[in-house]
Design a protein around this ligand. Structure first.
Ligand code: UDX
Length: 428
């Protein structure tokens, strides 16, 4: 059997580390480079700095094929196929910050004929600009669609693999298709600009779906409907589909907020006003703040009240706090004079850095002790199995706002709670 193609990965954040270890699992020799030498050192010791299911096992299992380095020369010498996995966070203007992508380009010597495979989410038009700047380089856009919490299984079982290349780079695109072939999933071969747009449009559409169902939830509250029933009835229409119709306290994470904003700004920079995305962003912002009104309805002023947040990460199975709804919620509660205590099964470390003056407790029970209200922010599975009747007795006032419609309202009421969901009938 022919030797598997060597693969280089630039950036060992979420996307880079998952990409590197999954390609190693598929039998490729992989060199993964990061400018952060301490991260590289940690990975060499087998320490995985993020919470992602199955990832530590893959890194350990494939240690022989997976080399970490902070030296770009080592990377360039080891592989022709380079996957660019650096982050593209938002700038103050809401555009994507391409400085890390630029730094990667600077490590490529002029005349380098490597294949640069762009996995980082970049504005449409970036590939064309890079191609003009580095004519010897082959350029392929291959956006990632990994969800945190299931990134390894998403990589190994893709719905589709999008491969964008412009005329002249077909051989490079074939090489990328070859390394993805064992994974299955429909391959979408297209041009670079379209591939870049697919990524932005897919995330913007999913965010739109969430803001849409959140608005339906808000109207449902007014008319006495239950949004979980509405979503069930809508989702069975195969043109709509049932996924991403869970109402709650808004989307967060490292992708949706920044990608929706980046697409809005990208459109604006061309002179087009993407009105729908403006509304999607605003609905998401307001959705986090509606919890305050729900608490005030039962408690009156929140000044001096103790509110316990259950879950802090932007979603379960991750310790990622980026753009988490808990950040806005904690700040708003503190702004109203409330004392905020919290518990998260894994995000305690990142939360300590991100949250000011929030008292982090080691268990849900200790967070709820003496609290005037609880807000379920992240639907960690363990919250379904708590002894809610016992917990009601430990609170000063058993009020629960279920920000993810995760718990059974009747079971919580039977356990002695006043239960408020999102878009569901309340008791009064
Ligand atoms: C997302 C995309 O799904 C992925 O394809 C892309 O590559 C990166 O961005 P991720 O950020 O890991 O992945 O999270 P995702 O599972 O998509 O959830 C995003 C946010 O939406 C979370 O805060 C989640 O709680 C929220 N959400 C999701 C809802 O509020 N309702 C839903 O129905 C679904």
């Amino acid at each position: 059997m022919a030797d598997k193609q060597a693969i280089g990965v630039v950036g060992v954040g979420w996307v880079g580390l998952v990409t590197a270890s999954c390609f190693a699992e598929l039998g490729h020799p992989v060199v993964a480079m990061d400018i952060d030498a301490s991260k590289v050192e940690a990975l060499r010791r087998g320490e995985v700095p993020i919470h992602e299911p199955d990832l530590p096992e893959l890194v350990t299992k494939n240690a022989e094929r997976l080399r970490f380095t902070a030296d770009s020369d080592e990377l360039l010498a080891a592989a022709d196929l380079l996957f660019c996995c650096v982050d593209t966070p938002p700038t103050v203007s809401g555009d994507a910050d391409l400085s890390r992508v630029r730094a990667v380009l600077e490590t490529l010597p002029s005349g380098s004929d490597h294949v640069l495979v762009m996995k980082s989410t970049v504005p449409a038009g970036t590939g064309a600009a890079i191609r003009r700047e580095k004519p010897a380089l082959a350029y392929v856009s291959c956006p990632e669609f990994l969800k945190e919490g299931s990134a390894v299984s998403d990589f190994m079982n893709p719905d589709r693999v999008v491969i964008g290349a412009d005329p002249g780079d077909e051989a490079a695109a074939d090489a990328v298709e070859d390394v993805y072939r064992p994974l299955g999933g429909e391959v979408v071969r297209t041009d670079v600009a379209s591939a870049e747009m697919i990524k932005l449009a897919a995330n913007a559409f999913l965010a739109t779906k969430i803001s849409f169902i959140n608005e339906i939830a808000n109207v449902s509250e007014e008319v006495g409907a239950d949004v979980t029933e509405v979503a069930r009835g809508m989702g069975l229409d195969e043109r709509i589909g049932s996924s991403f119709l869970r109402a709650g306290i808004g989307y967060g994470g490292s992708c949706f907020p920044k990608d929706v904003s980046a697409l809005k700004q990208l459109a604006g920079n061309t002179g087009y006003h993407f009105q729908l995305l403006t509304a999607v962003i605003e609905v998401n912002e307001l959705q986090k703040r509606r919890v305050i009104k729900k608490l005030e309805k039962h408690l009156g002023s929140l000044a001096g009240k103790r509110v316990a947040l259950l879950g802090l990460a932007f979603k379960p199975d991750t310790d990622d706090m980026r753009e988490a709804s808990s950040l806005v919620l904690a700040a708003r509660l503190q702004g109203e004079g409330a004392e905020v205590v919290a518990y998260d099964p894994v995000a305690e470390g990142p939360a300590r850095e991100a949250l000011n003056a929030v008292d982090l407790r080691p268990s849900a029970a200790e967070a709820l002790d003496g609290a005037d209200a609880a807000v379920l922010v992240t639907e960690w599975p363990e919250f379904a199995d708590l002894d809610w009747a016992g917990l009601a007795g430990r609170m000063a006032n058993p009020l629960l706002v279920d920000g993810r419609n995760f718990l059974d309202p009747q079971a919580l009421r039977d356990a002695g709670f006043v239960y408020e969901g999102i878009g569901r009938p309340s008791e009064d």
